[in-house]
Design a protein around this ligand. Structure first.
Ligand code: 4NP
Length: 138
């Protein structure tokens, strides 16, 4: 699960997938940028997750790296900018084919500069998306 900072959208996606996947899938998250490496998720995202029974407080931000193509079968980008940044690190077509947009043809909006309702919206979008992913891979 990959977004820009790895403190809002992708940790939420990781937390939801861990909960829904019940240890059947190995999941991790990362950011394309290096601004927040080592940071806990945004407090507003932690609070929204908690309201839905998902604990993301122990996650710490890391940056996506090209080795991740070797570690994971599928890589989900939260928006088209993340998608392009991930693709630019791909070594070959096999790497590129692993990269998907988590929503079929739209972006998960970045909630960082908005109000609390943006975080709830992100949760709802990602919950539905993660359910679909699990249906598709099971
Ligand atoms: P994320 O949100 O990519 O969902 O983790 C953001 C977090 C921080 C910034 C941008 C987006 N930032 O510019 O600091």
């Amino acid at each position: 699960m990959v977004c820009l900072g790895n403190i809002c959208r992708s940790p939420m996606a990781e937390g939801i997938m861990r909960k829904l996947g019940e240890k059947k899938v190995e999941v991790d998250s990362a950011g394309t940028a290096d601004y927040h490496i080592g940071f806990q998720p945004d407090k507003r995202m932690i609070a929204t997750a908690k309201e839905h029974g998902v604990d993301i407080s122990n996650l710490r931000a890391r940056q996506f790296q090209s080795d991740d193509f070797d570690s994971f079968d599928l890589i989900f980008a939260m928006d088209s900018s993340n998608y392009q940044d991930i693709i630019s690190l791909a070594k070959d077509d096999n790497d590129k084919q692993k990269v998907k947009m988590i929503l079929d043809n739209s972006n998960v909006p970045d909630p960082y500069y908005g109000g609390d309702e943006g975080f709830e919206h992100v949760y709802q979008l990602l919950h539905e998306a993660c359910q679909k992913i699990l249906e598709d891979i099971e």
